[in-house]
Design a protein around this ligand. Structure first.
Ligand SMILES: *[C@@H]1O[C@H](CO)[C@@H](O)[C@H](O)[C@H]1NC(C)=O
Ligand SMILES: *[C@@H]1O[C@H](CO)[C@@H](O)[C@H](O)[C@H]1NC(C)=O
Ligand SMILES: *[C@@H]1O[C@H](CO)[C@@H](O)[C@H](O)[C@H]1NC(C)=O
Ligand SMILES: *[C@@H]1O[C@H](CO)[C@@H](O)[C@H](O)[C@H]1NC(C)=O
Ligand SMILES: *[C@@H]1O[C@H](CO)[C@@H](O)[C@H](O)[C@H]1NC(C)=O
Ligand SMILES: *[C@@H]1O[C@H](CO)[C@@H](O)[C@H](O)[C@H]1NC(C)=O
Ligand SMILES: *[C@@H]1O[C@H](CO)[C@@H](O)[C@H](O)[C@H]1NC(C)=O
Ligand SMILES: *[C@@H]1O[C@H](CO)[C@@H](O)[C@H](O)[C@H]1NC(C)=O
Ligand SMILES: *[C@@H]1O[C@H](CO)[C@@H](O)[C@H](O)[C@H]1NC(C)=O
Ligand SMILES: *[C@@H]1O[C@H](CO)[C@@H](O)[C@H](O)[C@H]1NC(C)=O
Ligand SMILES: [Cu+2]
Length: 620
């Protein structure tokens, strides 16, 4: 690789970039790749949900934000105009951004944030992926309201779905409603101040009729269905803190995809979806016409874990009632419409309520996730048999003594509570330039400001011992930890196996681990401590599910494999906002490959810089 200098190389390599892009386009066999363009105006808008007007940061005045719908192979252009008072980036969650880490949207890792009153245009191609993804702010706290669906349809149309073509496709975004200042909440969490929780959960931005401030049940999301028709639900968990169980009374789901990868269809009456995951499921409207609650219940680890406020939310599936017109034509009307408009028709009984799992039931999630297998096309196995790097990453909590070395541990406010990977808590970089620029221009900054993520935990202990949950002598000696900007480098093309191990240190939470820029094959998951001798025998090397977010179960583990073939600087982190803010994160640097088209592209034009000279950033 030729040497690069900062930042002039950007300009000189532009012509190279254009040539490459041109080549890709002319080489494509189909001329139908389109360009999809959006403008995202991020601002603060007042919204009322729980009888109270709240100022929320949203895109284009909408919650959830606009859905991006594209066809595989399209180019996406999003002009982000930041009229919020916050530094902003948008992450296209699950989009691989092949060779184009510049568009990944992680502040100070892949780009300088878009400052208030500045704008930036994201541009990227979506190739070789189809299904449901989503986009969200990658700024502490703000993704609670700055998010939306990102839907990629097959290039050859809905006929090429590996399941019966649905009548309609419906995004179902599960989220939280916050009345607290989200940016302040996130800042507080980095200081061990945990007083803020969401005030409600939502489906497609609505809290639903379990919330009834002022004595009036609140509006919930309603899905109108026609009897006998099939609906593809594109389910996204955009919540900050929880995994949810989703059920619809009187109905079953056929799960067909997860994280924009097809799975072998399976039928279930409950969907488990952790923060950051997506699930595509078919819903057949085959119940007697009527009204059926759609319920989303957040689960949480049982006592002795700390119990936090969690809210169930519900919407409804409502059948349109069919009236025969007497001449062979069928007129479909929604049941409520019929009631209200014609007065005579009654939709009958109260809506049917599903029986939900217990809030402390975590095994239903374990079974749901264990039931996912990839749908193999053409019968060839996708698992790399060779493994070049093995990592055992222990996900834990720990403390850092605020006043130096000698703190009382246990429940003492002399300490900062942090989240860790292999006993180090991620220190978000602040140095200029960003890690990606430092990597691209070979500035040496990365070696100077980061530490290597250890391959394995420095200390082996009984990670999942329940006795570690409450403050006490057992956990106390394991508490002390430290902060570092954790980085691990991978040779281009390396096959990496990671076992993520959840622990019982001060909590027994699960951990939805999200890797940017790559999908992971889930080989196995289990409860308790991973045992390399015994558990390898359980690996699914035939049809493991392919995910960008993998859930390390409560006091259990998950083993994944991925090929580090996307050059760049990729964030790898827990998708629970509190764990992320507290430091459960690391950076994977994937080196360039041997050729130009296995190497990182040059930065885009008008790439925001963090230098004090902001001349490259255009003011609106
Ligand atoms: C925020 O943006 C939306 C959509 O662009 C617009 O309708 C609304 O007026 C803006 N709100 C404020 C307070 O500027
Ligand atoms: C920012 O907005 C201005 C005015 O709308 C526009 O001229 C400019 O091209 C935009 N810049 C980017 C990077 O999108
Ligand atoms: C943040 O912490 C401060 C100090 O404890 C508290 O007053 C404030 O309410 C907290 N803010 C949020 C949003 O939790
Ligand atoms: C409000 O909701 C609660 C819990 O769902 C219920 O117990 C109560 O009866 C409801 N109150 C009204 C006025 O609907
Ligand atoms: C059947 O009746 C409906 C409603 O009156 C009318 O709109 C429609 O045109 C009729 N169709 C035929 C084929 O007569
Ligand atoms: C799949 O789910 C069923 C029902 O919850 C469960 O009994 C079964 O054990 C699961 N399969 C696996 C491999 O976990
Ligand atoms: C940084 O460290 C890595 C591995 O330790 C080494 O291969 C690389 O040459 C170093 N880079 C610079 C710019 O010093
Ligand atoms: C780890 O702790 C659990 C109790 O929480 C216990 O059941 C298990 O036997 C322990 N494992 C080992 C290897 O000591
Ligand atoms: C974590 O690191 C600290 C500081 O290096 C060390 O004192 C401690 O023993 C380590 N703890 C664990 C559980 O590895
Ligand atoms: C926003 O980003 C700029 C440039 O990186 C930085 O100087 C500033 O401190 C950030 N502001 C906030 C509120 O994080
Ligand atoms: Cu976590």
């Amino acid at each position: 690789m030729e040497s690069r200098s900062l930042p002039m190389a950007a300009a000189t390599s532009m012509s190279v970039a254009i040539a490459i892009v041109f080549l890709i386009y002319t080489a494509a066999p189909l001329g139908d790749a389109a360009s999809v363009e959006h403008t995202f105006i991020v601002n603060q808008t007042k919204m009322t949900r729980l009888c109270k007007e709240t100022q929320v940061t949203v895109v284009n005045g909408q919650l959830p934000g606009p859905t991006i719908e594209i066809t595989e192979g399209d180019t996406v252009t999003v002009h982000v105009i930041n009229r919020s008072p916050y530094n902003m980036t948008i992450h296209w969650h699950g989009v691989k951004q092949f060779r184009n880490c510049w568009a990944d949207g992680v502040p100070m890792l892949t780009q300088c944030p878009i400052l208030p009153n500045k704008n930036f245009t994201y541009q990227f191609n979506v190739v070789g992926q189809e299904g449901t993804l989503w986009w969200h702010a990658h700024v502490p706290g703000l993704r609670a309201t700055v998010h939306g669906a990102f839907i990629i349809r097959p290039r050859h149309g809905a006929e090429s779905y590996p399941f019966p073509q649905p009548h309609k496709e419906i995004p179902v975004i599960i989220g939280d409603w916050w009345e607290k200042d989200l940016a302040e909440m996130a800042r507080n969490m980095t200081k061990s101040i945990f007083l803020s929780y969401a005030s409600a959960s939502t489906i497609n931005g609505l809290v639903g009729d379990l919330f009834n401030c002022s004595g009036v049940p609140k509006e919930g999301y309603v899905l109108d269905v026609e009897p006998g028709k099939t609906y593809l639900l594109r389910i996204i968990n955009a919540g900050l803190f929880s995994e949810f169980y989703l059920k619809i009374a009187g109905h079953k789901f056929t799960v067909v995809a997860a994280d924009a990868n097809y799975v072998s269809p399976f039928t279930t009456d409950v969907i488990a979806i952790a923060a950051g995951e997506t699930v595509d499921a078919l819903l057949l409207a085959d119940a007697p016409p009527g009204r059926y609650y759609m319920v989303a219940l957040p689960n949480q680890a049982p006592l002795p874990d700390t119990q936090t406020p969690e809210y169930t939310t519900r919407g409804m599936v409502r059948y349109k009632v069919s009236h025969s017109a007497g001449n062979g034509t069928t007129i479909l009307r929604s049941s409520r419409g019929a009631e209200e408009e014609q007065g005579g028709y009654s939709s009958g009984d109260a809506p049917m309520v599903p029986k939900m799992p217990d809030i402390h039931d975590t095994i239903t999630s374990f079974y749901f996730h264990s039931n996912l297998t990839s749908l193999r096309h053409h019968g060839h196995s996708l698992v790399q048999q060779r493994v070049d790097e093995r990592l055992y990453v222990v996900l834990s909590l720990g403390t850092i003594c605020k006043k130096g070395q000698f703190c009382k541990r246990g429940d003492s406010d002399e300490n900062l509570l942090v989240a860790t990977m292999n006993n180090a808590s991620f220190q978000h970089p602040t140095a200029i330039p960003t890690l990606l620029e430092a990597h691209y221009y070979h500035t040496g900054l990365i070696n100077g400001t980061t530490q290597e993520l250890p391959k394995r935990p420095p200390l082996l202990f009984n990670f999942t011992d329940e006795a570690l949950i409450p403050f006490g002598p057992k956990e106390m000696r394991l508490e002390p930890t430290y902060k570092a900007t954790l980085v691990r480098r991978f040779r281009h093309g390396a096959v990496v196996e990671i076992v993520f191990q959840s622990t019982a240190m001060l909590q027994g939470d699960s951990n939805p681990m999200h890797l940017h820029g790559h999908n992971m094959l889930v080989l196995a998951e289990g409860l308790g401590n991973y045992d390399p001798v015994k558990d390898v025998a359980r690996y699914n090397l035939v049809n493991p599910p392919v995910k960008n977010t993998v859930l390390a179960p409560n006091r259990g583990w998950i083993a994944v494999r991925f090929v580090a073939n996307n050059p760049g600087v990729w964030f790898m982190h827990c998708h629970y906002e509190f764990h992320l803010s507290m430091g459960m994160a690391a950076v994977f640097i994937v080196e360039d490959g041997p050729t130009v088209d296995t190497s990182l592209l040059p930065p885009p034009v008008n790439f925001p810089t963090c230098s004090h000279d902001n001349s490259l950033i255009q003011t609106i």
